[in-house]
Design a protein around this ligand. Sequence first.
Ligand SMILES: O=C[C@H](O)[C@@H](O)CC(=O)C(=O)O
Ligand SMILES: [Zn+2]
Length: 275
Amino acid sequence: MEIRHNVHPTDVKRYTTDELRENFLIQDLFQPNKIKMVYSHVDRMIAGGVCPVEPQPLQVEAGMGVDYFLERREIGIINVGGTGYIDVNGQRYTLNRTDGLYIGKGVKDVVFYSQDSHKPAKFYFNSAPAHATYPTTKIERSSIAGNHLGAITHSNDRTIYKYIHPQGVQSCQLVMGMTALENGNMWNSMPSHTHERRMEVYFYFDLPEEDVVFHLMGQPQETRHIVMRNEEAVISPSWSIHSGVGTHNYTFIWGMAGENQVFDDMDAVAMKDIR
Ligand SMILES: O=C[C@H](O)[C@@H](O)CC(=O)C(=O)O
Ligand SMILES: [Zn+2]
């Protein structure tokens, strides 16, 4: 398990490109038969990926100080690969591409599978500390009514699908969903925002190999960027904007943890104030 520490925004002003990438960027999420996990000290969020060519059990990692992964945690999972299965205490859930699964605190036995090892599942996940148990629930993408936002005139015509949230599948603190940009639309979350009360992780996918997303971060008056490729994620502390522009349209999964679960509790940054 990789550990990422908290960093102070005053220090981040002086970070080099490599330091920004070492502290915030998450790469190599889908290595065959390996569960990749990054443990962020920002709200103790774990972001990770599983590519189960062979079945992969979710295992506690050294340093977590518990007997099993979900002893004091909850997890949200979205499949971005071929059809896969997740067995939760022996009960099988089938996840097609972009279907999700919430698993509550206390579940001991979670195993990831691919339906076809030549077209393996790619399970992206976010996990946050939890102190109560909410039911394990499958979330079919087709069952979610998306919220349409943006317009082609601002190159940000997109649909937000909320998977885990107070009006949908319940959780202790995890809020999770997916935003898909229409063809020819490149911008997300601009005008930008922060949310002092929650951190967020973005995972970009559906991006052609030769294309990139310039992910924008930093304090609103002190912005920086990280160049990201397909199937990479980035940690956004509560003081940082999280926005991006691609050389091609893309889709991204967002996950949040922290003080509240109110999606609209954002500190909007006026365009005249961003620097
Ligand atoms: O706090 C909310 C998150 O930043 C995202 O949900 C924003 C987003 O998906 C978008 O604007 O497209
Ligand atoms: Zn946000």
